[in-house]
Design a protein around this ligand. Sequence first.
Ligand code: ZN
Ligand code: ZN
Length: 113
Amino acid sequence: MVSGTASSCVNHPSVEATGRCKQCSKPFCDACAVKGATGNFCSAHCQARHEAFVKRAATLDDMTRDTSFFAKLWMRIRKLLVFALVALVIAVALHFLFHVNVPYLSDFINENL
Ligand SMILES: [Zn+2]
Ligand SMILES: [Zn+2]
């Protein structure tokens, strides 16, 4: 017995399938095919589910784009913070190791330490 093969329609086991549902992957024949805006489906139920899925995916896409914008902004701020920290370390090293008078920093160190 070879019922349920990939090549026969899910509703008509004797009819050869012409496509697969984009939502549930079930094979269907021309008579059962539901042609939707996002693809071909085995039923209107699957079509509705897939269209809802596509809409949700598009919304998620927008959200990811927003997140990546803030992520990029945060990366820039972090780079600036790291740069400022490195500059401060270099200035302190110049002051202590090479006795270079660093404007503001040397005054601050002399007054407070
Ligand atoms: Zn389906
Ligand atoms: Zn069919």
